[in-house]
Ligand binder design. Structure first.
Ligand code: LHQ
Length: 264
């Protein structure tokens, strides 16, 4: 690929992946989609990468789809947005959700349209105080996508989900944190350090337990209690057989810090 629409830095035990079209508030074109997917696939395959930070360059996190790329006012057939979702956004959301490593999103500025919902697909979302989340779709005659109706309804309930989606009003980061849409809101100058501290902590933590915990929590919203208890039993069995559990208990009994990154 010829552009740097996404930057991929490999750090000590984790990666930072940065959306990098700041002149367009990191709105997505096909290039940025393909580069993000490739970066995340590399993170998934790289055993040295144990956590991922996703963030944006410049003053915005992501303004969703680059609207000049799917312009319905041009001559010719109207664009098939369903195909765009099927080809680009849906695989991306599925990829982020199924990544067997913690994904931390550091929302450095406005997150609008699909940009907001891509942020919400991360496992942990930290936002700068100046950031906001905008379900901008209704402003241009569209419906929320990239999981928006799923995240909003599950995290906030119908009343707030509908108000945000139907009005397209901006939700300030602080309110997003108060409402439980995201993990927390921090001062702008602290955002990247907070995200890095979290990623470093995950990089040094029990990778198998993290991967299994993600799956359990994803399943919890649709499972019955009985199904969830069964799943916890099976996953705990697997966790209990891991080297991490052995090391965690050994460290506890020896009154030392667990070293989950040691080579077995
Ligand atoms: C942009 C964009 C943008 C291009 C800012 N595109 N240039 C999926 C399937 C297929 C197709 C349709 O969509 C989807 C999902 C979606 O994501 S639909 C929703 C698409 N996004 C939006 O509708 C948001 C559009 N952007 C905005 O409303 C504003 O830019 C926000 C509120 C995000 C930020 O406002 P400001 O801070 O005032 O910044 P700005 O508007 O001045 O933007 C800065 C520049 O970025 C500007 O370019 P310029 O050359 O004038 O400096 C914008 O044109 C450009 N930009 N968003 N999505």
């Amino acid at each position: 690929m010829t552009s740097d629409a996404v930057l991929h830095e490999k750090l000590d035990g984790y990666a930072r992946v940065t959306l990098n079209r700041p002149q367009r508030l990191n709105a997505f074109n096909e290039d940025q989609h393909l580069q993000l997917r490739a970066a995340l696939a590399e993170c998934a395959a790289d055993a040295d990468c144990r956590a991922v930070i996703v963030t944006g360059a410049g003053r915005g996190f992501c303004a969703g789809q680059d609207l000049s790329d799917r312009d319905p006012t041009l001559d010719g057939p109207r664009p098939d947005l369903g195909l765009t979702l099927e080809t680009y956004y849906n695989p991306l959301i599925r990829q982020m959700r199924s990544l067997a490593k913690p994904v931390v999103c550091a929302v450095n500025g406005v997150a609008a349209g699909a940009g907001a919902n891509i942020a919400l697909a991360a496992d942990i979302v930290i936002a700068a105080r100046s950031a906001s989340f905008i379900q901008a779709f209704s402003r241009i005659g569209l419906v929320p996508d990239a999981g928006g109706t799923y995240w909003l309804t599950r995290h906030l309930g119908e009343a707030r989900a509908k108000a945000l989606a139907l009005t397209g009003d901006a939700l300030p980061a602080e309110t997003a944190a108060e409402w439980g849409l995201i993990w927390k809101c921090v001062d702008d100058g602290d955002l990247q350090a907070e995200a890095e501290a979290l990623a470093q902590r995950f990089a040094n933590g029990p990778a198998t337990a993290y991967a299994l915990t993600k799956q359990l929590i994803h399943a919890a919203s649709t499972n019955s209690l009985d199904e969830q208890l069964d799943m916890e039993r099976s996953f705990q069995r697997e966790a209990g057989w891991s080297d991490d559990y052995r090391e965690g208990v050994a460290a506890f009994l020896q009154k030392r810090k667990a070293d989950f990154r040691r080579k077995a």
